[in-house]
Design a binder for this molecule. Structure first.
Ligand code: ADP
Ligand code: NI
Length: 200
């Protein structure tokens, strides 16, 4: 199966998606997975294809970007993927998209989940959080509220919890590094906004 064709398909669908589920996100998730698969006995093709297309059926996507499960299956079969692997990919991306709290049933799915979560952390994770927040009318930060109505709160509500949710050792180690970077970023942010005394 030609991964370049899958990339092209995702580029056509998500090239202009601006809330963080874009084509480049898919490529980064693939790269994260490539760091992990050598350590596991998995079907690499299933992992790599799942990484590339994992957000195409996400309920959070606007309709113009979404692809139906049926169309995805047809595309993968047409590209030469065997039916059993197509079913595996669909199951993986379904678990990743809709039930983030759950651990995927297969090792392949576990690697895709960790790879996707890593892209919510580090420098790129910070950029994605603010991009998502801006698109959804969230404040950058809200000094008066500790709820999840601003993007900085999201760091605490979700992102700083991801390290402990990682399934693989490689994922956990990288998640911890990226989380430390984010905490350093927040220290600087707090320093700057305190200095301006902009709380009241
Ligand atoms: P994915 O489907 O790629 O796992 P999500 O759909 O959960 O990611 O979120 C996409 C990006 O938007 C992530 O980087 C995430 O941190 C960010 N995000 C999601 N919810 C919020 C929020 N409430 N505030 C700020 N950023 C958010
Ligand atoms: Ni994703």
């Amino acid at each position: 199966m030609n991964l370049e064709h899958v990339k092209q398909f995702v580029l056509e669908k998500l090239g202009k998606e601006a809330s963080g589920h874009d084509y480049l996100h898919a490529l980064r998730v693939l790269e994260n997975a490539k760091q992990m698969t050598p350590f596991y006995d998995v079907k690499e093709e299933v992992v790599f294809v799942s990484c590339l297309i994992h957000d195409l059926i996400d309920i959070k996507l606007e309709d113009q970007f979404k692809v139906s499960v049926e169309d995805l299956k047809l595309f993968l079969l047409k590209e030469g993927m065997i039916e059993n692997d197509v079913e595996m990919v669909i199951e993986i991306i379904d678990q990743i998209s809709y039930s983030k709290g759950t651990i995927p049933k297969t090792l392949e799915g576990i690697i895709v989940q960790d790879s996707d979560r890593l892209d919510a952390l580090g420098a790129i994770g910070i950029a994605r959080a603010f991009a998502f927040g801006g698109k959804n009318n969230r404040l950058i930060y809200n000094p008066k509220s500790a709820d999840d109505t601003d993007s900085v709160s999201h760091f605490f509500q979700k992102l700083f919890k991801l390290t402990s949710l990682m399934n693989t050792d490689q994922g956990r180690i990288e998640a911890e590094k990226r989380t430390q970077f984010m905490k350093g970023y927040l220290r600087q942010l707090y320093h700057e906004i305190n200095k301006e005394d902009s709380f009241e």
